[in-house]
Design a protein around this ligand. Structure first.
Ligand code: NAD
Ligand code: 6OD
Length: 484
C-alpha cells in the first residue's frame, strides 16, 4: 500500500496515526496518509525557520532562481509520475491533468523566478529642510515562514501557484495539502531534495482542518503569514486563527459565478465556452459557472444547445479515450452535490438534463459519479442559485436588458469570476466594469497569463496573487532613507 509521509526538514516522516486515501473512480483504498500531529507541525515550522535563517535566507537571488528553474525542470522530467499521482488522487481525465495541472505545476516555478529576478524597487531623491539631499530606496524582504493551505480540485496547480512565488521571494513554506489529495505535494518533496533545495525550505504536513494539521499550522505562532485556497467558511476560521499575532492572509475562496450571454454573441462559441466553464473537472473549479443568464431572444435555443452539449460529454475513468468528465472527489462531496440536485427538484426546478447518477459498470460502480445537470425555472432566491455547489451543474435564466443582466450577475454574496459572451465591445466593457468580481473573461474562460492579478471580490477572497501582485503578499517592503 502506498504511504504518504510528511516532508519535514528534507526528510520523509511517518507518524503513528494514518488515514485512508480512496480513489474517486472506484472508492478503492489507494494509500495511507500519515497525519501530522502538533509535534510534526511544530517540527515543520521550526525546520522552515532554520532554513530561512540559514542557507536559503543567505542565498543570492540568482542562485535561488536557478534552483526554482531546476524544480520546474525536474517536475517536467518526472511528468508521468506527477500525472499518475494527480490522476489517482482526483480521478480527473488524463487529458485535463496532462494539459493543465502538471504543466502549470512546473510553470508556476519558472514564472515567479523570472518575476523576482527582474522586479525593480522604487527610489526617490528629495531635498531636505537644511538644504541638503536625501535618497530613499526600498528593499523587499521575505515575509518569513508561510503556511500554504490547499484544496483538492487542482492540487499541484494551486499549491505551486503559492509555493512558487513564496520561495521565489525568499520565504520558506509549510504546505498543508488537502486530506483528499496528498500525492503530488509529497512527490514534490522528492523533487526538492533531488535538485538541492536546502532542507526546511519546503515542508509538507498532512491531515485535516479543525483539530488537525490545518488548524495546528494556521495557529502556530512561528508562522508569519497564511495563504489559503478553499471554502469561504474555512477562510473565516483561518482568519480568526491569523488574528492572533495580526498575521497577514491571502485568500482565494468560493464562488457562485455567472455567465452572461447576449443575443448578438457568437452562439456556438458561447455554448462551447459554457460547456467548459460549467462542467470541466466535473464542475470542481472555483472559476466555474453555476449561474447562466441568457438574453431572451436566444434563450430557448441556448438551453437546447447546452443540453445537447452536456449530453455529449463522456463520463468515465481518467485514461479511457474520449472521456471529458471524471468523478467527484469523494463520497462525501457526491452526497453534497446530490443533495443540491434533490433540493433543486424540491424547489420546483425544471430538470433540462441529468439530475442523477450515471450507470457505471464493474468496479467503477462504486465511484463518485454524478450526471452533468442543467436546470431552468428557479427564482434568484432558490438554494441552488445562491449556494456554491462545486459540481457539474448550472441553472439558466433569461434576461432582457444589459442593466438586468448586470444586476442578476451581481445578486450573490460571492465575487470571484464572470464570463461575458457578446460581440458588442461597449456591452463587454460595461459588464467588465460593473459586475463585481476579481476576474472577468470576455468571450473566453480560464484563459490565464500568470503575470496578471488573480483573486476574488466580496466573499470570494482577500488580496490578489499573480505577477508582481504576489510580491505584495510574499514580501515586506522596507523603506530606507539616507541623508546624504
Ligand atoms: P476546504 O475549505 O474544505 O479545504 C481547503 C483546505 O483547508 C484543506 O486542506 C483543509 O484540510 C483545510 N482546512 C479545513 N478547515 C480548516 C481549518 N479550520 N483550519 C485550517 N485548515 C483547514 O476546501 P475544499 O473543499 O478543499 O475546496 C473546495 C473549495 O475551494 C470551494 O469552495 C472552491 O470554490 C474553493 N476554491 C477556491 C479557489 C479560488 O481560487 N478562489 C480555487 C480552488 C478552490
Ligand atoms: O490558474 C490559477 O492560477 C488559479 N489560481 C486557478 C484557480 C482555479 C480554481 O479552481
Amino acid at each position: 500500500m502506498k504511504q504518504f509521509h510528511n516532508f519535514i526538514g528534507g526528510e520523509f516522516v511517518a507518524t503513528a496515526r494514518t488515514f485512508e486515501k480512496r480513489a474517486p473512480v472506484d472508492d478503492r483504498v489507494i494509500g495511507l496518509v500519515h497525519e501530522a500531529g502538533r509535534a510534526e507541525v511544530d517540527a515543520a515550522v521550526h525546520a522552515a525557520r532554520r532554513a530561512l535563517k540559514g542557507d536559503w535566507g543567505r542565498m543570492s537571488v540568482v542562485r535561488r532562481v536557478e534552483l526554482l528553474y531546476a524544480v520546474a525542470d525536474e517536475i517536467n522530467r518526472r511528468f508521468d509520475d506527477f500525472l499518475a499521482a494527480e490522476i489517482a488522487d482526483t480521478g480527473k481525465p488524463k487529458s485535463l491533468a496532462a494539459h493543465v495541472d502538471i504543466p502549470r505545476g512546473a510553470a508556476n516555478f519558472k514564472v515567479f523566478a523570472d518575476i523576482v529576478k527582474n522586479v525593480p524597487t522604487e527610489s526617490f531623491e528629495m531635498a531636505t529642510p537644511d538644504g541638503g539631499t536625501a535618497l530613499s530606496y526600498a528593499l523587499r524582504s521575505p515575509l518569513g515562514v508561510v503556511a500554504v493551505v490547499c484544496p483538492w480540485n487542482l492540487p499541484l496547480l494551486l499549491m505551486t501557484w503559492k509555493v512558487g512565488p513564496a520561495l521565489a521571494c525568499g520565504n520558506t513554506v509549510v504546505v498543508k495539502p488537502s486530506e483528499e489529495t496528498p500525492a503530488t505535494a509529497t512527490l514534490l518533496g522528492e523533487v526538492m531534495n533531488k535538485v538541492g533545495v536546502p532542507p526546511g525550505v519546503y515542508n509538507v504536513v498532512h491531515g485535516f482542518g479543525p483539530d488537525s494539521a490545518g488548524e495546528f499550522l494556521t495557529r502556530h505562532p512561528g508562522v508569519n503569514g497564511i495563504t489559503f485556497t478553499g471554502e469561504t467558511r474555512t477562510g473565516e476560521a483561518i482568519m480568526a486563527a491569523a488574528a492572533k499575532g495580526v498575521r497577514p492572509v491571502s485568500f482565494e475562496l468560493g464562488g457562485k459565478n455567472a455567465a452572461v450571454v447576449f443575443a448578438g454573441a457568437d452562439f456556438d462559441k458561447a455554448v462551447a465556452g459554457i460547456t467548459r466553464s460549467a462542467f470541466e473537472n466535473c464542475g470542481q473549479v472555483c472559476l466555474g459557472t453555476e449561474r447562466v443568464y441568457v438574453q431572451r431572444p436566444i434563450f430557448d435555443r441556448f438551453v437546447a444547445a447546452l443540453k445537447a452539449s452536456a449530453e455529449a460529454l463522456k463520463v468515465g475513468p481518467s485514461d479511457e479515450p474520449g472521456v471529458t468528465l471524471g468523478p467527484l472527489i469523494s463520497a462525501e462531496h457526491k452526497r453534497k452535490v446530490l443533495s443540491y440536485y434533490e433540493r433543486a427538484r424540491a424547489e420546483g426546478a425544471t430538470v433540462i438534463t441529468g439530475g442523477g447518477v450515471p450507470a457505471m459498470g464493474g468496479a467503477f460502480a462504486a465511484g463518485h459519479w454524478v450526471e452533468p445537470t442543467i436546470w431552468t425555472g428557479l427564482p434568484q432566491t432558490a438554494t441552488i442559485v445562491r449556494e456554491e455547489i462545486f459540481g457539474p451543474c448550472c441553472h439558466i435564466a433569461p434576461f432582457d436588458t444589459v442593466d438586468e443582466a448586470i444586476a442578476l450577475a451581481n445578486d450573490t454574496d460571492y465575487g470571484l469570476a464572470t464570463t461575458v459572451w457578446t460581440s458588442d465591445l461597449g456591452t463587454a466593457h460595461r459588464a467588465a466594469r460593473e459586475i463585481d468580481v476579481g476576474l472577468c473573461w470576455i468571450n473566453s474562460w480560464f484563459l490565464r497569463d500568470l503575470r496578471t492579478a488573480f483573486g476574488g471580490a466580496k466573499a470570494s477572497g482577500i488580496g490578489r496573487e499573480g505577477g508582481v501582485h504576489s510580491l505584495e503578499f510574499y514580501t515586506e517592503l522596507r523603506n530606507v532613507m539616507v541623508k546624504l
